[in-house]
Design a protein around this ligand. Structure first.
Ligand code: ADP
Ligand code: ZN
Length: 718
């Protein structure tokens, strides 16, 4: 029989990549690859995608495709390859990946892509004179871009792809390789199953301290890619937190730049995507979901703040946009540029091992100095009789704030904890108030007078009597959240302009921008914020940054806790001294000697890396060995426990080698979440060859069960 469309369908428990043959619909005999279709499946009609064409097995009776969805295919062949790669890498069913990547539906009336929000720009982007380090970095990236070929050359779209492979054709033949040889990096083939695997010199890690001018390098690299006729994907952690990036690129490159974010309307999404597909738009700036845009001719992929946890999707399918971006770059013969002041352990190890070419920016432009750091031992302050339990404001820091207010300079204070108090309890009976749906303490929010669960957003008014013993007025607040600090600050500094910046003060559209704008105009003296203040902003008036509790992130039950602590501290510290007055950073901690605090304060990434990578190696955590978390969640704990035990036994029987360890089953660190009990198993070690067996084994357990089974490759958080 002739070749027929192969369709993957959205059915949960099927083998992950199982395809079914159908006859093409009568009205559309020439169905294209990547088309979304509705097909009969058993007695139902289900959605699916055409992922190939082949002759069906003999003897089967084929049913026709019922209908085609949309007026063109959802995916081009490159995106289909990407989906397959993701399905393999993340051990996930292909149809669910395709669903994640599928484009927004065409709106009735389409509009133009959205402009970026107003943000005042200091200086004109693209017009600065680069310093020596920036120049060196840019030169290497540009050489790699040129080696990738000029898309406008008559050799066709993927000329660069071939050029790089053969070291032959292209506008600047072999420049990348020569450069690589000259600087003595060993050749590296990134991914053996990739036909177009690129040598070193096409993947870069730009390690530049905060304020060293990485954005300027991105911008110039993007301009070069554009001049070669290629498109640019520029990923940023959260678009709301980096409004400058869009404005900056717009100012330099005009309306070929599009910004992708969650506030776009359906029409705007559609238009942006179409613009990228047709090549009218050349640069797409966006958070992790922008990685799936249908580029026509991708030449450069930038991942800014590559260590940022927001690149990891925290729900199924648990993909990491940095990994997906890297894969896309490889498949397109594009240059990959990861940038960070505090690289992830994974990426820095990649640079150490020659996978990435390391580019360094070690100075701030125009000789602006890094801030002075003072580490305050909270235990000493406490022993000296200063009451820290309630206000978290040590004597030294309080004095420094007063000094800034006197000099009319600005202060940023950082506490990564929302609400007023994280624990509400009743001393007479010992009850701690918990969420009704999660095994998590409720947080008291003073501004709204209620208790909230920070995991599921459950809310209830603060009760007048203890729900346990009925005592009136007995409830007490333990620990300090950002609202409590705000209250203390207002009492201490009644004359100061104080503004809180957190999830709760920025709920309303435009508030985030408004607050930062106002801070930029120096209408605010003290900006008190959660991790929202840690990122990207550039405020020359800030001469003091205070970290109220550096230890918060250290206490999380996560092997990344120290890395996260280092990153947060280094990022926050980087907010000081952006102007001409050198800044000071005050870090309050109970662990002044902990290496993550010491190295972050004294901006010495390599020494942090050395210690942390040693720990990872001895404990076998990534990047040494892989990690997979398998979770079972359900309403009845017994059922969950039974299922995970069965699953664990099946996996143990499968993984007989010595290179993989199975940890658990054990309850998840937060056992109950949104009414579901969760148990987990971790697989740790060298899983390589057995990944598809693991997937099939788990897929099998998804059949006929009311529990939810999820697989997270390289899991984040709890
Ligand atoms: P990073 O992203 O590395 O933290 P930015 O790109 O935000 O740093 O740059 C910090 C500041 O330095 C910005 O105000 C930027 O305009 C400025 N800057 C960057 N490069 C130069 C340069 N070559 N000369 C002068 N100022 C520069
Ligand atoms: Zn909850």
């Amino acid at each position: 029989m002739d070749e027929c469309p192969e369709v993957v369908v959205e059915i949960n428990h099927l083998r992950h990549d199982q395809v079914f043959h159908y006859l093409p619909p009568e009205e559309m005999p020439d169905l294209e690859l990547g088309t979304r279709v509705l097909v009969p499946f058993g007695k139902k009609t289900v959605q699916g995608w055409v992922v190939g064409f082949s002759a069906p097995p003999p003897g089967v009776t084929l049913r026709p495709i019922e209908s085609v969805v949309g007026d063109k295919p959802d995916f081009n062949p490159e995106l289909l390859r990407l989906a397959r790669w993701m399905a393999d890498y993340y051990l996930h069913p292909l149809p669910e990946i395709l669903k994640l990547m599928s484009p927004p539906e065409k709106p009735v009336r389409a509009r133009k892509h959205a402009p970026v929000g107003g943000m005042t720009l200091a200086g004109r982007p693209g017009s600065l004179v680069l310093n020596a380090e920036q120049t060196v970095a840019l030169r290497e990236i540009e050489a790699a871009l040129r080696a990738g070929g000029d898309a406008r050359a008559p050799t066709g779209d993927d000329a660069g792809y071939r050029a790089c492979h053969s070291g032959g054709a292209g506008s600047a033949p072999g420049a990348g390789q020569q450069e690589a040889a000259a600087t003595g990096i060993t050749s590296y083939l990134s991914d053996e199953h990739q036909p177009g695997a690129m040598g070193a010199g096409r993947q870069f890690l730009l390690h530049g301290i905060t304020g060293s001018g990485k954005t300027e390098v991105y911008l110039r690299a993007a301009m070069t890619a554009l001049s070669l006729g290629r498109q640019v994907l520029y990923l940023v952690p959260e678009i709301a937190l980096t409004p400058q990036a869009g404005a900056w690129f717009r100012a330099a490159l005009g309306d070929r730049v599009a910004v992708w974010h969650s506030r776009l309307s359906r029409g705007e999404r559609y238009e942006t995507r179409e613009g990228i597909r047709q090549g009218v738009l050349s640069i797409l700036i966006g958070p992790r979901s922008a990685v799936f845009a249908p580029f026509k001719n991708l030449g450069l992929v930038i991942v800014d703040e590559e260590q940022d946890a927001s690149y990891k999707q925290q729900e199924s399918p648990y993909y990491h946009a940095r990994q997906v971006a890297a894969q896309r770059a490889r498949d397109n013969g594009a240059v990959l540029l990861l940038g960070s002041a505090t690289p992830s352990l994974e990426s820095y190890t990649g640079a150490r091992d020659g996978q990435y070419r390391l580019l360094r920016l070690t100075r701030r432009p125009q000789g602006r100095r890094l801030p002075r750091v003072t580490v305050v031992d909270l235990k000493q302050e406490h022993d000296a009789g200063h009451d820290l339990r309630v206000n978290l404001l040590g004597q030294y820091l309080a004095g420094q704030i007063a000094l800034r207010l006197q000099r009319r300079e600005q202060t940023i204070l950082f506490l990564n904890r929302r609400g007023y108090s994280p624990i509400v309890f009743c001393p007479p009976c010992g009850l701690v108030l918990k969420c009704e749906r999660c095994s998590i303490s409720l947080v008291y929010h003073r501004t709204t007078g209620d208790l909230r669960c920070h995991y599921c957003n459950f809310k209830r008014p603060l009760p007048e009597r203890c729900p346990g013993c009925g005592a009136a007025g007995s409830l007490r607040f333990l620990g300090t959240g950002i609202q409590r600090v705000e209250q203390v600050l207002r009492r201490f500094y009644p004359q100061a302009g104080i503004q809180r910046l957190d999830f709760d003060t920025t709920r309303r559209k435009g508030e985030f921008d408004r607050i930062l704008d106002s801070f930029g105009k120096r209408e605010i003296d003290i900006l008190l914020g959660t991790q929202m203040v840690a990122k990207g902003h550039d405020f020359p008036g800030v001469t003091l940054v205070g970290v109220l509790d550096a230890d918060l992130a250290l206490k999380l039950p996560d092997y990344r806790a120290t890395e996260r602590t280092y990153q947060l501290l280094a990022q926050v510290a980087g907010r000081a001294g952006r102007g001409w007055v050198p800044g000071e950073v005050v870090v309050q901690t109970y662990f002044p000697d902990h290496y993550s605090i010491q190295t972050a304060c004294f901006a010495s990434y390599p020494s942090f890396y050395r210690q942390e990578i040693g720990n990872r190696e001895s404990s076998g955590y990534p990047p040494y060995g892989e990690l997979i978390r398998i979770r079972v969640a359900g309403e009845k704990e017994q059922q969950v426990e039974r299922r995970i035990k069965e699953l664990a036994e099946a996996l143990a029987a499968l993984l007989t080698g010595e290179r993989v360890r199975l940890l658990g089953p054990a309850p998840a660190p937060v056992l109950r979440l949104q009414d579901l009990y969760r148990w987990q198993v971790m697989l740790k070690g060298e899983l390589g060859g057995q990944k598809s067996e693991i997937r099939d084994c788990i897929q099998h357990y998804k059949k006929n069960t009311s529990v939810i089974i999820s697989i997270e490759v390289d899991p984040y958080g709890m």
